[in-house]
Design a protein around this ligand. Structure first.
Ligand SMILES: Cc1cc2nc3c(=O)[nH]c(=O)nc-3n(C[C@H](O)[C@H](O)[C@H](O)COP(=O)(O)OP(=O)(O)OC[C@H]3O[C@@H](n4cnc5c(N)ncnc54)[C@H](O)[C@@H]3O)c2cc1C
Length: 391
């Protein structure tokens, strides 16, 4: 096929990386995103405490399209029609020969979820958390509850997102201290899990108690959630927590548009792929990033760098198959958890592979390393600096 029609759905870590790599291999590409920008989620944790500007957390997809030479459509995907190789959006429809699905994930519903905010949901939520936090500061007292949980249908919990909850807790604690309000505003951490944070590895998990103590955080573990109310959390055991601000990061699940696509899905609604990142039973479709199910590696987690690895491997394998080159890559070989868990004045640098785990505490410098990563990510994508191998 001389000029295949290639569509990339989604303009996050996975979709943007796939579009860039496909252009590097010389293919014409159309990227469809419902947002005009890529949101750099890892640095959004500082928006509520005023240490990161919302606009600076965005990477303009129009600028990306111009720099890397892909076609961009700002449209919402409503239907993935695999039978007719067609994508229907709110504005038009697009035929494809090859499809890269990078639409991210949805959230498992818990009753009253609409009364909570999430740092891992719509980008605008970060500004709403900021506003509520500022109101509490103006009032001079209150209760903040921050938590995360899983999706009972996600057996390996690869779509649990706990790191950002910890980062937000520690950063808010520091912020309140800076405002002289640490004793006046109560900060609670809650989770249905009896051991929240275990995914980061036993070393990192064991160190969390010291963090709770240092940042004066009350903990409520193993508390199944019955319902969120506008001003309280009701747990299944009948106990309650008053709340002026509830941040809850629910477990991930497949998006409705993916669930309705007829593609092979796991119990949680994520697309089943093989280690080559190709969708099972579909030679012309790849699923990358949070939208894809990570199988056979229950210790792993959906992360931005995994999304980029998947995009790299998928596009490499695609290019080789187009050029009739036998060599293939497996994303499993590059699978690991890399996490810089920031606390505002320090960071824990955590690496976990199938067999090993490392954790290094980096006072002060760790925080600035994560800040520097945000700058590096943007500038490499803007081709203003070279990309370091493996980063
Ligand atoms: C607060 C926070 C902190 C994090 N910190 C880290 C970290 O330190 N390190 C790390 O590796 N990972 C981190 N992650 C995880 C990382 O951000 C995700 O794994 C990553 O964003 C996944 O990329 P993705 O492209 O698959 O999905 P997303 O980034 O969610 O992108 C999905 C894209 O699809 C688009 N889209 C969705 N639905 C439609 C539709 N119907 N039509 C058109 N477009 C659509 C969206 O607009 C978006 O552009 C963090 C996540 C959060 C939320």
């Amino acid at each position: 096929m001389k000029n295949p029609k290639i569509l990339v759905l989604g303009g996050g870590f996975a979709g943007l990386e796939a579009a860039i790599k496909l252009r590097k291999y010389g293919y014409p590409v159309t990227l469809i995103s419902d947002r005009e920008y890529m949101f750099i989620y890892p640095t959004s944790i500082w928006i509520p405490v005023g240490k990161q500007d919302f606009e600076d957390t965005k990477l303009d997809l129009h600028e990306m399209a111009k720099i890397h030479g892909f076609d961009l459509k700002i449209e919402k995907v409503n239907k993935i029609d695999i039978e007719n190789q067609k994508i229907e959006t709110d504005k038009s429809s697009h035929l494809y020969d090859y499809l890269f699905i990078a639409l991210g994930m949805g959230k498992h519903y818990v009753p009253g979820l609409e009364h909570t905010l999430s740092i891992c949901g719509k980008p605008g939520d970060s500004l709403l958390i900021k506003e509520k936090l500022e109101n509490l500061i103006a009032k001079g007292e209150g209760v903040i509850n921050i938590g995360f949980g899983g999706n009972p249908a996600d057996p390996t919990a690869t779509a649990v997102r706990g790191g950002p909850a910890f980062e937000l807790l520690f950063n808010i604690s520091l912020f309140l201290k800076e405002k002289g309000l640490r004793d006046k505003v109560k900060l609670n951490f809650f989770s249905p899990s009896v051991s929240p944070g275990k995914k980061m590895g036993t070393k990192a998990f064991a160190s969390l108690d010291k963090f709770y103590e240092r940042y004066h955080i009350n903990t409520y573990f193993g508390k199944g959630i019955k319902e969120f109310k506008p001003d309280e959390i009701i747990f299944k055991d009948g106990t309650k927590l008053n709340s002026d601000l509830t941040v809850y990061i629910s477990g991930g699940k497949g998006l409705k548009v993916i669930e309705e696509s007829g593609l092979p899905l796991n119990e949680a609604g994520f697309i089943e792929i093989n280690e080559l990142v190709r969708v099972e039973g579909h030679r012309n479709i790849y699923a990358i990033g949070d939208a894809a199910a990570i199988i056979d590696h229950p210790w792993a987690a959906k992360q931005g760098h995994v999304a980029e690895v998947m995009a790299d491997v998928a596009t490499y394998n695609f290019n080789n198959s187009m050029k009739h080159i036998d060599k293939r890559k497996s994303y499993w070989e590059k699978l690991h958890i890399v996490c810089v868990m920031d606390s505002g004045d320090a960071a824990a640098f955590i690496i976990r592979t199938e067999k090993k785990e490392w954790m290094i505490m980096l006072p002060v410098v760790g925080h600035w390393m994560k800040k520097a990563w945000g700058w590096y990510y943007k500038n490499t994508k803007k081709k203003k600096m070279f990309r370091l191998p493996g980063m």
